[in-house]
Design a protein around this ligand. Structure first.
Ligand code: BES
Ligand code: MN
Ligand code: ZN
Length: 489
């Protein structure tokens, strides 16, 4: 999608659809010019004055030769808000506009937000339009054309241009992650994720190292090897490195890349397994964020580490009772093969702490418990560093991604102790998200670290959670939060 600003007024801009985003209050005041030009009938069409500015409401008008664009789509944003919430409203309305524009078969969409300074709304419009226009089309082509050109009614201005380009890069990265997560698990395998990383490296100049089963054995990565040993798909640890000139800090992004989680011998139920192609959403977010770093000109050295495996039940599968040794030497008693993500991440953490990162942030669809606690509309964050946790929550607010902190009490760490090994991988149901995090903390080498459990928001199934900017299936959650965090850190 090409993105430009235009100084044209609403009646000069040439597009297939002009969307007008309106807050409740007085849409008729914002539309007074339009109403006059079109002959005074809008007042009747939108009466009572506020009804069409309600959230998610749309109204299609025809301009009958009075404007260069024939179709005008009014989109409601709901009650006026401030700050991040206002940006959330614009993002959502722009997404709805883009969605409707596609069903109207528009290739050129213009967006006008008359009530809000373009410096505050332009980036949210760009993000919303991309997120709302998104469809997963790899296996089923839509007959709706893609939106090729997005024009935002805003005066030309350097600051706005920069924000706009960053927003476009972040939104495209989000859609890149969505495509990976929506990809079927017979296509998206540990090996194909490594291939994806290879093409990212080729396109961007990031450094890539992939460790296959043989190298992982030599490295002593007994966790990732154990989880993947019941599958025909070879385990892969994927490491991308972004190294700009004159780096400030070193950060590590770690993603859980379980390309299918059958649960292993502690097999999942039918319902539990149905969406488990999404168990690599953390990996997808990390790969997508890494890919965007050079274009965004991030100033830090960043490692992106993905532990990619399939958790299956083949004859060689790991078993309850097995004891495995992670790369940092700690031993893990496997008491539940379905608590596999943390066992994979244990090795990824052990690997990356050797590069002395100033902070580690991991993204993982780690626990059903996080989803039970927070639903589909927030990720849980659990960490060992107050400042880092706060920074991520704030980056999430700016990105429109909710992140809610859960506590890391010592009792959770106690629950993860084993009688026969340093740790066990499951400490039982209650407080499951925090216990998972307590396990992970053992592999951070004392570095500042925050864990984002994205089990809820990463993937919206048939029944729940969709919104104009959040279609069914993969959401790409975390990509924009990570990028905003790295830009502000
Ligand atoms: N991938 C799942 C967690 C999950 C569940 C993600 C639902 C998205 C939606 C994870 O590997 C898992 O199975 N976790 C177990 C841990 C338990 C056995 C300690 C869980 O949450 O039940
Ligand atoms: Mn599992
Ligand atoms: Zn899993």
């Amino acid at each position: 999608m090409e993105v430009t600003t235009t100084a044209s007024s609403w009646n000069e801009v040439r597009a297939d659809v002009l969307a007008v985003l309106l807050e409740e209050g007085d849409p008729l005041a914002a539309l007074a010019d339009v109403d006059r030009a079109l002959g005074g009938w809008i007042a009747d069409a939108v009466r009572p004055a506020d009804y069409m500015a309600r959230r998610d409401r749309t109204l299609l008008l025809f301009t009958h030769g009075k404007a260069a664009t024939g179709r005008m789509l009014l989109v409601g944003m709901g009650a006026p808000t401030e700050g991040h919430e206002r940006a959330d409203g614009v993002r959502r309305a722009a997404a709805l506009a883009a969605r409707e524009a596609r069903t109207l078969r528009a290739r050129r969409l213009a967006v006008w937000c008359p009530g809000i300074d373009p410096r505050d709304s332009a980036a949210a419009i760009v993000e919303g339009a991309h997120l709302g226009a998104y469809r997963y089309e790899a296996y089923k082509k839509s007959d709706e054309p893609r939106i090729e050109h997005l024009q935002i009614l805003a005066p030309r201005n350097r600051q706005t241009q920069g924000a706009l380009q960053r927003a476009r890069v972040m939104a495209e990265a989000t859609c890149f992650a969505r495509d990976l997560v929506n990809g079927p698990p017979n296509e998206v395998t540990p090996t194909s994720l490594a291939q994806t990383a290879r093409s990212i490296a080729r396109q961007t100049g990031l450094r890539l190292t992939v460790y296959g089963p043989e190298q992982l054995r030599r490295m002593g990565a007994g966790g990732i090897l154990a989880v993947g040993q019941g599958s025909r798909q070879p385990q892969q640890m994927i490491v991308l490195e972004y190294r700009p000139h004159r780096t400030q800090k070193t950060y590590a992004l770690v993603g859980k890349g379980v390309t299918f989680d059958a649960g292993g011998l502690d097999i999942k139920t039918h319902e539990g397994m149905e969406t488990m192609k999404s168990d690599m959403a953390g990996a997808a977010a990390v790969l997508a964020a890494m890919r965007a770093l050079p274009t965004l000109d991030v100033r830090h050295r960043v490692y992106g580490v993905v532990g990619a495996v399939e958790n299956m039940l083949g004859g060689a599968a790991f078993k309850p009772g097995d004891i495995v040794r992670a790369m940092n030497g700690k031993t893990i008693e496997i008491n539940n093969t379905d608590a596999e993500g943390r066992v994979v991440l244990a090795d990824c953490f052990s690997y990356v702490v050797r590069h002395n990162p100033d902070a580690i942030v991991d993204l993982a669809t780690l626990t059903g418990a996080a989803m039970v606690a927070l639903g589909h509309h927030a990720a849980a964050v659990i960490g060992n560093d107050r400042a880092l946790v706060g920074d991520l929550i704030r980056a999430g607010q700016a990105a429109g991604e909710r992140i809610w902190e859960l506590p890391l009490y010592e009792e959770f760490a106690e629950a993860m102790r084993s009688d026969v090994a340093d740790l066990k991988n499951s400490g039982g149901r209650y407080g499951g998200a925090q216990k998972g995090a307590a396990f992970l903390r053992e592999f951070t080498g004392g570095r500042p670290w925050a864990h984002l459990d994205i089990a809820g928001p990463a993937f919206l199934d048939k029944s729940e959670g969709q919104a104009p900017h959040l279609p069914r299936g993969a959401t790409g959650f975390g990509v924009r939060t990570l990028l905003r965090w790295l830009l502000s850190a």
